[in-house]
Design a protein around this ligand. Structure first.
Ligand code: NAD
Length: 385
């Protein structure tokens, strides 16, 4: 076996910058240490929901320097490129990126390289974001939103860590060819041990900050690549003695997520299984407008975005739920800026808004108070004090 890639070792999820640095903080070498955030509102409901997340960040941390740029369909309209040069530059310079969502029917007929989704893939690749973190939290107030029984899911709080840049989605060779007189489709699954180790470290670190239980998901009974995955996870475990590591086959994990999801704290898995399991986990909560996500480079930089899309059906109507975007900003505070207390303040403010009975259309139930996007943002700001 040959391992050719020499990937940078990922030691920590924490930003190299110190917590609490001030606006235009100049360090002893005269270097500007200002904390910069690139805001990419995107398309559809993106601008409406990111506006609320920006208000929250401004209220909490007036020292952040925020600059807005174009991504997705909005960028195609303005420049012909879904990830234009000016956005690339800003994203590269920033410590963190806050993204709304991209896409919509207006751009569906464009050639593939001009589609808004290309912008999203482009920025993930450009910034080297290999770790996708998706929490699935079911607030007790929203227990009825899940299709599962409230007693099975109420209080659910799991984190899926998905490897984002390898696996069968990127493996070569791939294609569809004519062989022996018929069409033949093929893809290649592979991981290097360094790729597995760096995502493993992200997952162990994340579990260490939570309930210290990490379940690694593979299919080692049939796939050699995932036997290596399991071996490397086991090799890492002694470095994290406070985290309990377990393993589960992907088919069983899919079943356990609907049978008894609260058994999990952090799940770590490869790109393809993670794609499927993170969608399954998010649907346990029944409310896509509530789910944030983070994609990290392992050195503190991250792209933070809601798990949902651009919802063109409700765009421009002040009807979108901004809480996933606001909770994405909380993840940014935690994972890039190492401001755990500020992140918890945002999350608690969201809980209080739900406890007050305010609901956007996607999570509305009889007896609750219907609120628009901006009204939800106002309420979170009020709860933050
Ligand atoms: P979607 O997530 O945009 O919408 C699915 C359903 O959920 C819709 O009924 C929508 O109104 C609702 N919804 C989504 N977010 C909501 C919110 N915050 N508040 C209230 N309701 C919300 O998925 P889709 O309809 O399959 O895709 C629409 C567009 O978004 C497509 O162009 C797709 O390619 C794109 N998309 C982008 C991303 C991204 O930017 N990361 C992710 C998924 C889909």
């Amino acid at each position: 076996m040959r391992f050719t890639e020499d990937l940078p070792k990922v030691e920590t999820l924490q930003s190299p910058r110190k917590a609490g640095t001030e606006y235009h903080d100049i360090n002893e070498d005269g270097k500007d240490m200002t904390q910069k955030i690139c805001i990419l509102p995107g398309d559809g409901i993106g601008p409406e929901i990111t506006a609320q997340a920006v208000r929250v960040l401004e209220a909490l941390e007036p020292g952040f320097e925020m600059e807005t740029a174009l991504l997705g369909g909005a960028a195609v309209d303005a420049t012909g490129d879904p990830y234009p040069e000016a956005t690339r530059k800003l994203a590269a310079e920033a410590d963190a990126v806050l993204l709304g969502a991209v896409g919509g029917p207006k751009w569906d007929a464009l050639p593939r390289e001009q589609r808004p989704e290309r912008g999203l893939l482009g920025i993930r690749k450009h910034l080297g974001l290999f770790a996708n973190l998706r929490p699935a939290i079911l607030y007790p107030e929203l227990a009825n939103a899940s299709t599962l029984k409230p007693e099975v899911v109420s209080g659910l709080d799991i984190l899926i860590v998905r490897e984002l840049t390898g696996d069968i989605y990127f493996g070569q060779p791939r294609g569809i060819e004519n062989r022996n007189g018929e069409r033949f489709g093929f893809n290649t699954m592979h991981y290097t041990e360094s790729e597995i180790r760096r995502i493993g470290r992200v997952a162990f670190e994340a579990a260490g900050k939570r309930n210290k239980k990490l379940c690694s998901v593979d299919k080692m009974n049939v796939l050699e690549t995932t036997q290596l995955w399991r071996d490397v996870m086991n090799e890492l475990a002694p470095e994290y003695p406070d985290v309990v590591l377990s393993h589960m086959l992907a088919d069983n994990a899919a079943m356990q997520l609907v049978r008894a999801p609260r058994q999990f704290d952090v799940l770590v898995t490869g790109n393809m299984f993670g794609d499927i399991l993170s969608d399954e986990a998010s649907m346990l909560t029944g409310s896509i407008g509530m789910l944030p996500s983070a994609s990290l480079d392992g050195n503190g930089k991250g792209l933070y975005e809601p798990s949902h899309g651009s919802a063109p059906d409700i765009a421009g109507r002040d009807a979108a739920n901004p809480l996933a975007a606001i909770l994405s900003a909380a993840m940014m505070l935690r994972y890039t800026f190492n401001k755990e207390e500020a992140a918890c303040r945002v999350e608690n403010a969201v809980k209080k808004v739900l406890a007050r009975g305010l609901r956007t259309g996607d999570i509305f139930e009889p007896g609750m108070t219907k609120a628009g996007t901006k009204q939800m943002g106002d309420a979170v700001l009020e709860e933050l004090g």
